[in-house]
Design a protein around this ligand. Structure first.
Ligand SMILES: Cc1cc2ncn([C@H]3O[C@H](COP(=O)(O)O)[C@@H](O)[C@H]3O)c2cc1C
Ligand SMILES: O=C(O)c1cccnc1
Length: 336
C-alpha cells in the first residue's frame, strides 16, 4: 500500500510535477504551420497541447487508453437517498463483466480498455449521518487501490464509478469543500422523487454538521463523507499526475471525488479535462468552482465513466488532426 498515513498521502498531493512546457510549446509551434486559419480548431488545438504537456511528449500518442470503473457501496443508502436498492451495485458489476452496460459500448467505440474494480462491496462504508464513512485505514486502502491501477504505460485514463447512493457523498463533499449549503449541490441522482430529495438533503446536512470539525481538511472530507470508489478515483487521479498520464474526468461523482486534490494544490487538477457536464444538479457549479470547462454537454447523468469515454473520441480527433495534417509548405497552400 503506497500510503500508510494521511500525512504521506498529503505530501504526495502537495508535491506535483508541472508537466512539460517544452512539449506543449512544440505542439503550439506545429499547430501554427498546419493548413488551417490560426486557432480555427478551437479547443482541439488546446487538447493536443494539453496531451503533450502531461504526457511529456512533443508528439503525443493514444495507443493505451484505459477506463477504470471503481465500484463501492454506501451505508448512507439506509437514509433512503437513492431510487434503487444497494444490491444494484454488484448486479451492475456483473453486467459490466457481461458487456451489457452503457460503458461497455462506449469504451469499445472509444478504443479504450475497460477495467472494473469492485471495492469490498459486501462491506458498505459507514453511514456518514451517524459516523465516518471510512476510518483512515479504509480510506487509505481505497486511495492506494486507485493509485496502483494507473501505470506509466498509459497514454490517457478515464475514471468512472458504480455505487448506488454515491451522488449523496458527492454532494456532501462538494458542499463541504465549496460551501453554499446542501441544497445547492443535491440532485435527483438515479431519479428520487421529491420526498427522496428532501431525505437526501437532510442526510447531507446531518453529515456536514456531524463532521464539521473535520471539514477544513480536504482529505478528512473525503474520508468522512466519501466512499471507497470516490477515494480510489482520488488515488487514480493523483497517480496519473505522478506517472505522466492525462486524465478525463466523468460526471458529478467523479469530479467531486477528485476535488480534494484541487483544494490541496492550486494546480492539482491541471492534468485533467472535464469530459462533460452531467445533468445532475451541482455538476455545473462544481466545474465552475474548480475552473474546469466541460468538453461535452449532452444531458447525460449516468456515471460509469460514460461521459469520459465519449470524450475520448474528441481527444482522438484532436490528436489525429494535429499529427496528420499537412503544413502550408508541404501542401503548397498559400498563407496570405
Ligand atoms: C441500473 C443503474 C446503472 C447505473 N450506472 C451508473 N449508475 C449511477 O447511479 C448511481 C448514483 O445515483 P444515486 O445516488 O441516485 O444512487 C451510481 O451507481 C452511479 O454510478 C447507475 C444506476 C443504476 C440504477
Ligand atoms: O454525473 C454523475 O456522475 C452521475 C449522475 C447521476 C447518477 N450517477 C452519476
Amino acid at each position: 500500500m503506497p500510503f500508510k498515513s494521511l500525512e504521506e498521502l498529503r505530501s504526495s498531493c502537495l508535491d506535483l510535477p508541472s508537466g512539460s512546457d517544452a512539449s506543449a510549446k512544440a505542439v503550439a509551434a506545429r499547430q501554427a504551420i498546419l493548413t488551417k486559419p490560426q486557432g480555427s480548431l478551437g479547443r482541439l488545438e488546446e487538447i493536443a497541447a494539453w496531451l503533450a504537456r502531461w504526457q511529456g511528449r512533443d508528439m503525443p500518442r493514444l495507443e493505451q487508453v484505459k477506463v477504470f470503473v471503481f465500484a463501492g457501496n454506501h451505508g448512507v443508502t439506509a437514509q433512503g437517498v437513492s431510487a434503487f436498492p444497494p444490491e444494484v451495485t454488484v448486479q451492475m458489476v456483473a453486467n459490466f463483466a457481461g458487456g451489457g452496460a452503457a460503458i461497455n459500448q462506449l469504451a469499445r467505440i472509444a478504443g479504450a480498455q475497460l477495467a472494473v474494480i469492485p471495492l469490498d462491496l459486501e462491506h458498505p462504508t459507514g453511514d456518514f449521518t451517524t459516523g465516518t464513512a471510512m476510518d483512515d485505514d479504509a480510506f487509505l486502502a481505497a486511495v492506494s487501490t486507485g493509485y496502483h491501477a494507473v501505470t506509466e504505460d498509459t497514454d490517457l485514463v478515464c475514471f468512472g464509478e458504480m455505487g448506488i447512493g454515491n451522488t449523496t457523498p458527492a454532494a456532501a463533499i462538494s458542499a463541504a469543500l465549496f460551501g453554499g449549503g446542501a441544497e445547492k449541490w443535491t440532485g435527483r441522482g438515479t431519479g428520487v422523487d421529491d420526498s427522496g430529495l428532501r431525505r437526501k438533503i437532510a442526510a447531507i446536512e446531518a453529515g456536514l454538521s456531524r463532521h464539521a470539525a473535520a471539514l477544513s481538511d480536504p482529505l478528512r472530507v473525503a474520508a468522512s463523507l466519501g466512499g471507497r470508489e470516490l477515494a480510489a478515483i482520488l488515488g487514480g487521479v493523483l497517480a496519473a499526475r505522478h506517472r505522466n498520464v492525462p486524465v478525463l474526468l466523468d460526471g458529478f461523482v467523479c469530479t467531486a471525488a477528485a476535488a480534494p486534490l484541487a483544494e490541496l494544490h492550486a494546480e492539482g487538477l491541471a492534468h485533467t479535462l472535464a469530459a462533460h457536464v452531467s445533468a445532475e444538479a451541482g455538476h455545473r457549479s462544481l466545474l465552475e468552482a474548480l475552473g474546469l470547462a466541460p468538453l461535452l454537454d449532452l444531458g447525460m447523468r449516468l456515471g460509469e465513466g460514460s461521459g469520459a469515454c465519449l470524450a475520448v473520441n474528441v481527444v482522438r480527433s484532436a490528436l489525429e488532426c494535429h499529427a496528420g495534417m499537412a503544413s502550408f509548405a508541404e501542401a503548397g497552400v498559400s498563407q496570405e
